[in-house]
Design a binder for this molecule. Structure first.
Ligand SMILES: C[S@@+](CC[C@H](N)C(=O)[O-])C[C@H]1O[C@@H](n2cnc3c(N)ncnc32)[C@H](O)[C@@H]1O
Length: 335
């Protein structure tokens, strides 16, 4: 695939960094990193933030590692398989919500600084936090452009009222969660600039059409992260390659530029960009997750192209396809 001239190396500043064929990662706190980046450095942001803000604090991670719970709860094991702990968003009190709002408003201001005009930010969230998150992000200066719905069966909701299951057998206290919302934001275009002019000047402003030429759509059939990927990166919030590859593909309207994931975790965004031949840079604050990403990205990037180094077969839902320009794209079977 054609190499683009946008270089990620200068964006690493003086942080510890590892480079891959198209992408790069840095060990950094993204608030500090974003504030130090020159203005208009990034073309797009694709990220999955710490929703509850608290769940990636040292003491909460320690509780998770020790199986003590804290903000992380163990979901019910209804089929005998061991599941990874989930963060307990309902444990957020008014103070946490205020903290979350300040956190994301400040983060959004930094994104506005680092992103090119017209650059998009695709931000994973959940049904409980979405409205608060969108308010904070908008307050920080990004413009709300709607939501992407990742169709996926979660373990949330669907239960009968607790301790009254037999009395109310036909009731659910919360619907079974079947989607994950992603906020879609854009840095405002300069006054009176059209999308066409923005594409010409900044290579941003729109989203990329699907590889077959059809419009990118806001409801996307997806899947839970396959075990072959979770075996590669044991991060509690690992996103599936089949979905992330569609996100990074859409994020760069002209298929060129640099995508950033400021809350990289184990690097599923960077691996997806790597697999699609797109440039990306990820930042992770915790050294253990940074090291996990450094090891996992090359392996996750190979998922679905028949070259995985692992012995397990690639998931059936990820099938390499060629688009009109010969790029590898991913077909996802509806759940
Ligand atoms: C929800 S996880 C992202 C996981 C990612 N989707 C993956 O597939 O691995 C959020 C990550 O952001 C990291 N993080 C939290 N605060 C951060 C900060 N200020 N700067 C950089 N990383 C941070 C956490 O350690 C965590 O790994």
């Amino acid at each position: 695939m054609k190499q683009h001239t946008h270089d990620t190396k200068p964006l690493a500043l003086d942080y510890t960094t590892d480079a891959f064929k198209h992408g790069r990662i840095i060990h950094a706190d993204c608030f500090e990193w974003l504030s130090r980046l020159p203005e208009n450095s990034l073309h797009a942001v694709v990220t999955d933030p710490p929703y509850g803000v608290r769940e990636y604090d040292d003491h909460e991670l320690e509780k998770r590692a020790n199986g003590k719970g804290g903000i992380w709860r163990l979901p019910p094991s209804f089929d005998g398989s061991t599941r990874a702990p989930l963060p307990r968003f309902t444990a957020l009190d008014a103070k946490d919500r205020k903290r979350l709002k300040l956190f994301f408003a400040e983060w959004s201001r930094l994104i506005v600084h680092a992103l090119r005009p017209g650059g998009h930010a695709l931000i994973a969230t959940n049904a409980f936090i979405a409205s608060l998150l969108y308010e904070a992000i908008t307050e920080g200066g990004l413009e709300f452009r709607g939501q992407l719905i990742r169709q996926v069966r979660t373990l949330r909701g669907g239960d009968r009222p607790k301790n009254a299951e037999e009395e109310f057998p036909d009731v659910v206290s919360l619907p079974r969660g079947c989607y994950e919302p992603w906020g879609l934001f854009r840095k405002p275009l300069p006054a009176k600039m059209t999308v066409g002019e923005c594409l010409r000047q900044f290579e941003t402003g729109g989203l990329r059409r699907l590889p077959d030429g059809n419009p990118f759509e806001d409801v996307i059939a997806s899947e839970r992260t396959p075990s072959v990927e979770r075996d590669i990166a044991n991060h509690p919030s690992l996103k599936p390659q089949s979905f992330m590859r569609q996100m990074v593909y859409a994020a760069l309207p002209l298929g060129k530029g640099v995508i950033a994931d400021p809350f990289m975790g184990s690097g599923s965004t960077i691996a997806a960009a790597e697999a699609m031949g797109l440039q990306a840079i990820g930042a992770e604050r915790y050294l253990d997750y940074y090291k996990m990403a450094a090891a996992a990205i090359p392996e996750l990037a190979l998922i679905g192209n028949g070259q995985t180094r692992r012995t397990k077969a690639a998931p059936k839902t990820v099938e390499p396809l060629k688009d009109r320009k010969g790029l590898d794209v991913v077909a996802v079977n509806p759940i």
